[in-house]
Design a protein around this ligand. Sequence first.
Ligand code: GDP
Length: 450
Amino acid sequence: MWYFIASVLKKEGTTMGPNNTYTIKKEAMRTLDAISEEYTLLLRDIHDLKAASGPKGWREEEAKELSEMVQRQLYKLQNPHDCKEARMLVVHLARACGFGCIVHKLAYNFILAIGLNRTLVLVKSDMPYHKEGWDAAFLPISRHCPYNSSRETDSIFNTTKKVLHIYENTRDIRLLPFMPRAIPEYLAPRLLRLHGQPFVWWVGQLVKYLMRPQPFLQEDFGVTEKWLGFKRPIVGIHIRRSDKIGYEADFHKVEEYMSHVELYYKHLRKHGPVDKKRIYLATDGRDVHAEMAKKFPEYEVISDKINTKLANEESRYTGPSLRSIIMDIHFLSMTDYLVCTFSSQVCRLAYELMQTQHPDASSWFHSLDDIYYFGEQIDHLQEVLVDHLPQTDAEIELKKGDIIKVAGNHWNGYSKGTNVRTEKKGLYPSFKVKEHKVVSEFVMNDTIRR
Ligand code: GDP
C-alpha cells in the first residue's frame, strides 16, 4: 500500500518547475509525509508484535539451533568416512563467471547433491578466481574428498553409480522436486514459523557452509572490521555498474539508492536517537565514491575500497578482485539494511548471508529492480489472498486461492505475473498475494540427519 500511495502521489502531485525539473506539490508532500509516518508506526507495531510472539529470545534460540543442526548435517554429508565408498556428485563449472555467480552455481549443485544424497565435489581447475581453487580463501567443501577431475560422465538419474559428473543444469534437473525454490520438508514446520522467506534462509545456510573462511580470511575480516570502524546502525549499499549496465540491468542514480537509505533512517529515528547516518558502500563503479562524498556529506561512508593499508594482504589471495569482492559481500551482509539491485548476484548473496546472522532479516532490503530470485529456479509462485477485479486493461483478475507465477514487482503497488487458473498475464496489486511456499522431501539419509 505504501508503494502504491507513494507512487500515485509522486506521479499525480508533481508540477513542472523551472529548467524542466519536477517538484512535488505541497499538498502531495504533506500527504506523503503523513502516510510515511503511519507506515513507520505500523512497522514499529509489527516489530513489537514479533517481540511479543513467544517467550523472550525464542527466535534467537530457534534460529541458532536450526542453523547449527543444518551446518552439522551438511558437514556430515560432505565428509563421508571413506571417500572411495562415498556416493559423489562432481560439479564441472562449465563457464567462467563472476564471484556471486560461482557461489550460486555451487549452491545450486549443492542442493542437487543433497537431494540425491551425494557428497558434492569440485573440479579444482574450474575456479577462475584462483589457481588453488575454492580452498584459496574458504575451507574445503569436503576435507575427505577434495577434488576429482575425471571427465567420465553419466546421467544424474543413474542411482547405482558411485561417482556422477554434472556439466550442465538440464530441464530434467530443474524440475526435480527438491530444486529451487523448494525447502526441505523436515525443516518446514520450524522454518515456516521462524522466517519470512524460508527458501532464502535455506540458501543462506548453503552459502554459509560453502563460504566458511580459512583462518587467515577470518582474521582479515576482524582486522578490516576494526580498520573500517564498522559500527551500527549501518545501511549497506551495493551499486552495480560497469559491464552489467545496459545488458542485464538499468542504470540507477545514486540519489535513487539514497532515497531509500534516507527513508530507513527516518523510520529508525522513530525508534530512538541515531548518532550518525552510516553506510557501507560497495561498488564496481569508478566515480561512485567521489559522487557520494560530494552529494551526501552528512553521511559517514565506510568502504573497503579505500583500505590501502591492507593492500599487501591481497597477495594471499593472488588477485585483488577476489579479496575485494569477498570483503564487500561480507560487510554488506553484516549491515542492518540493504539497498541494491537484486539483478546482481553480489547483493543477492549478501542478502542470503545476512539471513544467517539474524532470526529473520527477510524484509531488511530494498531492491531497485528485481525481486529476490535464484538462477535456474522453477516458477516463483504466489498465492492470492483477496479477490481482485481488473481496474484497467493491463490488470488481471484474481480469485482467492489462485496461484500466480510472478515475473516481477514494479515497486509501485503492482506486480506482474500469470494467473495459472486463467493463464492471463498482467498486473495485480502486490498486497493481495502472499508467497507460496514449496516444501519437498529431501532424501538425505537418517545418519546425516541425526
Ligand atoms: P553480477 O554480475 O552482478 O550478477 O554478480 P557476479 O558476482 O556474478 O559478477 C560481478 C563481479 O563484478 C563480481 O564478482 C566482482 O568481481 C565485480 N563486482 C561487482 N560489484 C562489486 C562490488 O561492489 N565490489 C567489488 N569488489 N567487486 C564487484
